[in-house]
Design a protein around this ligand. Structure first.
Ligand SMILES: *[C@@H]1O[C@H](CO)[C@@H](O)[C@H](O)[C@H]1NC(C)=O
Ligand SMILES: *[C@@H]1O[C@H](CO)[C@@H](O)[C@H](O)[C@H]1NC(C)=O
Ligand SMILES: *[C@@H]1O[C@H](CO)[C@@H](O)[C@H](O)[C@H]1NC(C)=O
Ligand SMILES: *[C@@H]1O[C@H](CO)[C@@H](O)[C@H](O)[C@H]1NC(C)=O
Ligand SMILES: *[C@@H]1O[C@H](CO)[C@@H](O)[C@H](O)[C@H]1NC(C)=O
Ligand SMILES: *[C@@H]1O[C@H](CO)[C@@H](O)[C@H](O)[C@H]1NC(C)=O
Ligand SMILES: *[C@@H]1O[C@H](CO)[C@@H](O)[C@H](O)[C@H]1NC(C)=O
Ligand SMILES: *[C@@H]1O[C@H](CO)[C@@H](O)[C@H](O)[C@H]1NC(C)=O
Length: 535
């Protein structure tokens, strides 16, 4: 197995760093994703912890019951004029009609948690309430989402809807086991009230990801978007995991975490890189229940929209809420269609398409550079164990001056499907003694159907900064420092025209057809797996 110079250097550097505890090179730029702070030893620990976190998170062994929910709207929803709910009270009154209730409970301002005192210590109950209140405070308090205290039915035009104009606590039931024990948490709906309530296995009360994930479903339900729509509800779990990650990890929730005594915790990201990066060629959100689905894992796309590292008009902190607000009732469109509406409605919109946004997202995912420090660290730690077995060499030619030009294409079944991408890590190949190498790419899409996005991502291994070079018409070059920079090629299947699809039924649909392409490469070869051998 041939270790490339840059990879070998990175390994050596990490070993030296781990021995001395200090970086041996001056760092520039963002310190949070410096390669040299990640020693092989901590990589292993991080890897193990992050797998643990992922298992903890849910589903334990199965998937949660999913929408549409069984609702019972009180009459004809076109008759009553809207009413304005009053300001939310400091402390919401209890909701007596959602869930089974019980005699032992603990209240916080916006939640009532029922538990069994001989099974759950009060410290775990309080920790769960801190997580729930913190999530409420961040998303609803700081970022303006519709309150979970308000009924689903309010202001949907139902006669007599005055009875839905109060705010209520959300009920949480801590139980020994849910159903057959295959999931650790479930969000339910009280159909007469239009109120959500949550069941959680009591051994998970300390699990911030789990609590925040279930509450994320409740939050989403009370936004009244997506959940009853066939073409959107496969993105349901993606939203819940984004809410969980947002609360637990994002700087945007740091103030709320601090207010609820949950800042500075030893929490690890639940990003599942094997699926989201290693299998990035799949349809961007695919919930087809066959073991390869990625809907729980696809949330970094939402993180990208929220952090908006490319400063795209219309995206940013409020992007996810806008995806709810701008989802037209009964539209049965995919959230990508809604995203186009969000982009178009930005005052300074410059006609950017969803395809371009998705292309930029994947370009950044080549090095997990989406403004999520822990996810970047996880990538630096885990990539050595990942297989990037998606590309094969189909030809090689040597020019008169000795320049080697290799031709590659995705392996069968691994070419980018709808709004997915091929993230292709390269090994740069300079001539002996040279410090720099020019990597040239020429993409051939003769047989490809849709439009695509292609770019190179060049990461400085010392300071973690990444520069991006878009390939115009599939061709371009970048000059990289051989020992300092890691180069990746990204080809995303991003058609200009959005496709309507049901994420639960992707197999056999046109979205599941990979984009055929090949590419010529000079100055580099394709890496597979990460830590060495190249095709
Ligand atoms: C996590 O789940 C995987 C697959 O389900 C399993 O192989 C692994 O042992 C689990 N890890 C832990 C720490 O439970
Ligand atoms: C609801 O009321 C509107 C307006 O009166 C009427 O056109 C519609 O048919 C009614 N729908 C149902 C389901 O009763
Ligand atoms: C509470 O848990 C204890 C211990 O597991 C059990 O014996 C008891 O029946 C439970 N109480 C209720 C109300 O479920
Ligand atoms: C996981 O699910 C499978 C298939 O439904 C079942 O046979 C198995 O017992 C479950 N394992 C656990 C730990 O619940
Ligand atoms: C946070 O901790 C402080 C100090 O221990 C305590 O006074 C406060 O009540 C706690 N707040 C919450 C929301 O738990
Ligand atoms: C956006 O599209 C509209 C309508 O096609 C066009 O008039 C406008 O010039 C475009 N704006 C930019 C910045 O390209
Ligand atoms: C070698 O030949 C290729 C193809 O003709 C050309 O693009 C490249 O610039 C040449 N390289 C050198 C070092 O002359
Ligand atoms: C593009 O690929 C097709 C199919 O492999 C091939 O026939 C064609 O010659 C290629 N075009 C170029 C310019 O390499």
């Amino acid at each position: 197995m041939a270790l490339s110079t840059q990879v070998l250097l990175a390994l050596l550097l990490q070993a030296v760093t781990s021995a001395s505890g200090h970086a041996i090179h001056p760092s520039r730029g963002r310190p949070s994703i410096r390669a040299e702070t990640t020693s092989p030893l901590t990589n292993c620990a991080l890897f193990a912890r992050s797998v643990l976190a992922a298992n903890d998170t849910l589903p334990v062994n199965g998937t949660e019951p999913e929408p549409p929910y069984d609702l019972n709207p009180p009459g004809n929803g076109t008759l009553a004029p809207p009413i304005r709910p009053g300001p939310p009270p400091e402390i919401f009154p209890p909701q007596p009609d959602a869930g089974p209730g019980g005699s032992t409970y603990r209240d916080s301002a916006h939640f009532r948690l029922f538990y069994n005192a001989s099974r759950s210590p009060i410290s775990a109950v309080d920790e769960a309430l801190r997580t729930l209140e913190g999530t409420f405070d961040c998303l609803i308090g700081d970022h303006g989402w519709r309150s979970t205290g308000l009924s689903y039915y309010l202001n949907r035009g139902y006669p007599g809807q005055e009875r839905f104009s109060n705010y209520y606590k959300t009920n949480i039931d801590a139980v020994p086991k849910i159903g057959d024990g295959r999931v650790a948490g479930v969000m339910n709906v009280a159909r007469e009230q239009g109120a959500s309530w949550i069941q959680v296995e009591d051994t998970y009360l300390n699990d911030a990801f789990l609590l925040s994930h279930e509450y994320g479903h409740a939050l989403h339900f009370h936004q009244r978007a997506w959940e009853q729509e066939q073409n959107a509800r496969s993105w349901w779990e993606t939203v819940a995991n984004w809410v969980a990650d947002m609360y637990v990890m994002s700087p945007l929730c740091e103030a709320a975490r601090a207010r609820h005594n949950q800042s500075g915790r030893d929490w690890f990201t639940n990003i599942e890189l094997g699926r989201v990066v290693g299998e990035s060629y799949r349809v961007i959100v695919d919930a087809t229940p066959d073991g390869t689905q990625n809907y729980y894992q696809a949330w970094p796309f939402f993180t990208y929209l929220t952090n908006n590292p490319d400063h795209i008009p219309g995206l940013g902190t409020d992007a996810m809420r806008q995806l709810m607000v701008q989802y037209p009732e009964n539209a049965n469109e995919t959230p990508l269609h809604t995203l186009q509406r969000v982009l178009d409605s930005a005052p300074d919109s410059n006609n950017i398409t969803v395809g371009e946004v998705v292309g930029r997202y994947w370009t950044r995912m080549a090095h997990v550079d989406i403004g999520h420090a822990q996810a970047s660290q996880a990538w630096l730690g885990q990539r050595w164990w990942m297989t990037f077995d998606n590309i094969e060499r189909t030809g090689s030619a040597t020019g008169v001056n000795g320049t080697v030009v290799n031709t590659y294409k995705p392996k069968d079944g691994r070419s980018a499907r709808y709004m997915g991408a091929n993230l292709i890590q390269l090994v740069t190949r300079g001539t002996v003694g040279s410090k720099e190498v020019t990597v040239r790419v020429k993409i051939n899409t003769t047989y490809s159907s849709g439009s695509y996005t292609a770019a190179m991502a060049v990461r400085n291994i010392y300071d973690g900064t990444v520069r991006y070079v878009e390939l115009v018409d599939g061709a371009g070059s970048v000059t990289a420092k051989i020992t300092d920079e890691e180069v990746a090629l990204v080809v995303a299947n991003t058609p200009r025209k959005l496709i309507m699809y049901d994420g639960y039924q992707v197999r056999g649909h046109q979205v599941d057809v990979g984009m055929e392409f090949s590419f010529e490469l000079t100055g580099a070869t394709v890496m597979s797996p990460y830590w060495g051998e190249s095709e």
